[in-house]
Design a protein around this ligand. Structure first.
Ligand code: HEC
Length: 255
């Protein structure tokens, strides 16, 4: 029995440690770590944060960034109703075709379409901003320590760079992206008005949009963690049963 206990303790320690280890950006700048609802073994997506995060993405980030791997209809998971999904999809035009006469044409987006990009192609995006805004579908997984990194990046802009650092024209200083980034600071207090009445501080917007982007990259997180818990529960019960069975089988044997 002692072995089981040690194992359980080691497991608990591992889970605890991975949730609290300080994090480090590539250049040695320590990332901010606000703590997300989906962190750790028992973490889950906060539904309200997902809805607010989508609002930030939709109203701010989607003016420059695509989200190619999320279809509009999937947005029911972040709280949009069927009618809202139709309306959001129809906000942008999508090229479709070829029609019977061989021509391509524009039509409003539909729920089955992937989120429509703000630019016709990457070159057009790069021409506008000096660098192409990358697709954000998998960004929370693509960067080391993704959620903390994106959160930090959102809050890392500074008007005056530290001494000795020169920022080229059309670029911006950000502590977490050296030497300078082509993205203008996207967030500020009250850049959105949250539908649920939450105060829209820069920090709140950043935290919520990261929650949304993590969902985009890993929509199955809740299901995965629930299954993990059920498996552990099953193993625990099974262990007790096996132990009882062993006692039953060996009860008449005296040394
Ligand atoms: C005005 C256009 C614009 C808006 C709005 C914008 N971005 Fe960006 N973003 C860019 C550009 C351009 C880049 C490429 C920067 C570079 O490579 O220098 C970028 C890069 C990024 C990166 C990648 C950084 C890396 O490590 O490569 C992330 C993450 C990001 N943006 C997140 C966001 C989020 C989240 C929002 C909304 C809150 C947002 N952006 C809004 C233009 C924008």
């Amino acid at each position: 029995m002692r072995n089981y206990l040690t194992g359980a303790l080691a497991l608990a320690a591992l889970v605890g440690v991975s949730a609290t280890t300080p994090v480090q950006a590539h250049e040695g700048v320590e990332l901010l770590n606000p703590g997300f609802s989906f962190d750790g073994f028992l973490g889950r997506y906060d539904k309200a944060a997902l809805a607010r995060g989508f609002q930030v993405f939709h109203e701010v980030c989607s003016n420059c960034h695509s989200l190619n791997l999320v279809a509009y209809r999937n947005l029911s998971a972040v709280g949009l109703s069927e009618d809202e999904i139709k309306a959001v999809a129809a906000e942008r035009q999508k090229q479709d075709g070829p029609a019977d006469d061989g021509s391509y044409f524009q039509r409003p987006g539909r729920p089955a379409d992937a989120y429509i990009a703000p630019f016709p192609n990457e070159k057009a995006a790069a021409a506008t901003y000096g660098a192409a805004p990358p697709d954000l579908s998998l960004m929370a997984k693509a960067r080391h320590n993704g959620p903390n990194y994106i959160y930090s990046l959102m809050l890392g802009f500074e008007d005056t760079p530290p001494e000795g650092v020169t920022v080229p024209d059309g670029k911006y200083y950000n502590k977490y992206f050296s030497p300078a980034i082509s993205m203008p600071p996207p967030l500020s207090d009250d850049v959105v008005t949250f539908k649920d009445g939450t105060k829209a501080t820069k920090e709140q917007e950043a935290k919520d949009v990261v929650t949304f982007l993590n969902w985009a990259a890993e929509p199955e997180l809740d299901a995965r963690k629930s299954l993990g818990l059920k498996v552990l529960g099953f193993l625990a019960v099974f262990t007790v049963l096996l132990y009882a069975l062993k006692r039953q089988i060996w009860k008449d044997i005296h040394h």
